[in-house]
Design a protein around this ligand. Structure first.
Ligand SMILES: CC(C)(COP(=O)(O)OP(=O)(O)OC[C@H]1O[C@@H](n2cnc3c(N)ncnc32)[C@H](O)[C@@H]1OP(=O)(O)O)[C@@H](O)C(=O)NCCC(=O)NCCS
Length: 136
């Protein structure tokens, strides 16, 4: 498969984020203040961006957020390839612990990457989340 993974600009990440995660909200809804300093990664299939994930670094901790694969390409392994890449890459930034707010229906997915559930969970906009983490 002709795919590449590379850093992308926040604007590229925003487009996919909006399309996949909150298509019915205003475009500005998907922007995060910290996006300016985050590192955004994208997976391209034949030059088309189909999956994005953003990494927010705070000293030795890294949070990944806004992981999204365009609907018609989900379930084909692209997201896994991108997440594996980011987990490997995180080490190069000196990150020792990586974590995320996992939507409840994604917990088993993240377990495949060695993330474990913490005791912290919360509900936001009617959706349940659990914090998951992994030592690198
Ligand atoms: C979460 C998300 C980014 C995953 O991206 P993806 O490209 O679909 O990821 P993958 O294809 O690698 O994995 C998805 C599933 O397909 C399976 N899979 C992986 N490779 C596969 C392949 N070659 N063939 C069939 N299935 C495959 C995975 O095991 C996984 O199964 P699971 O969900 O039962 O654990 C995507 O589902 C998405 O954008 N969801 C909407 C937004 C969202 O929920 N974001 C995460 C918030 S925590």
């Amino acid at each position: 498969m002709d795919t590449t993974i590379r850093k992308v600009d926040k604007e590229e990440a925003w487009e996919l984020r909006h399309k996949v995660m909150w298509p019915h909200k205003d475009f500005d809804y998907i922007k995060l203040e910290d996006d300016a300093t985050a590192i955004h990664f994208g997976l391209f299939k034949q030059d088309t961006l189909i999956s994005v994930i953003s990494l927010f670094i705070d000293h030795e901790e890294g949070q990944f957020r806004k992981f999204a694969t365009v609907q018609h390409e989900q379930g084909k392994g692209y997201g896994s390839a991108l997440l594996n890449y980011v987990l490997r890459e995180a080490k190069h930034y000196g990150i020792k612990r990586i974590w995320c707010n996992a939507r409840e229906n994604k917990v088993n997915f993240y377990k495949k990457f060695g993330l474990r559930e913490t005791k912290s969970s919360f509900i936001k906009e009617g959706k349940s989340y659990v914090i998951m983490e992994k030592d690198l």
